[in-house]
Design a protein. Structure first.
Length: 111
């Protein structure tokens, strides 16, 4: 997120995972904010104008987000497969259920 915020040449949307909607009881014990929001506040601070944190209860359909995106970055979320289905490049930073589905290049990037 810090690197994304440091580059104003691209508009960034950082989507909080939808599971946080049903994890609301955990948010209560952490000041009313889910872990992604707390980490963003602690590690990045106030987001610049070209970066937007999208909360999981946004009333917007994810399809326009997918179609408007140029690229997606995920750890292993379903957004990775959804973006691939609409023909977008996806960078996955972890392993997921679809990692060996034959929809990505077999090369791995060394950390």
């Amino acid at each position: 997120m810090r690197a994304a915020c440091a580059n104003p040449t691209m508009r960034r949307f950082i989507k909080v995972h939808p599971s946080n909607l049903w994890r609301g009881e955990l948010e209560y014990f952490h000041g009313g904010a889910c872990v992604e929001v707390r980490l963003s506040d602690q590690q990045v601070g106030a987001l610049p104008a070209h970066a937007t944190l999208v909360h999981p209860d946004t009333p917007f359909s994810p399809l326009p987000w997918l179609e408007l995106s140029d690229i997606g970055i995920t750890v292993r979320g379903s957004s990775g497969i959804e973006l691939a289905v609409v023909g977008k490049t996806v960078i996955t930073a972890g392993s997921g259920r679809y990692e060996d589905a034959g929809i990505s290049r077999p090369e791995r990037i060394a950390a």
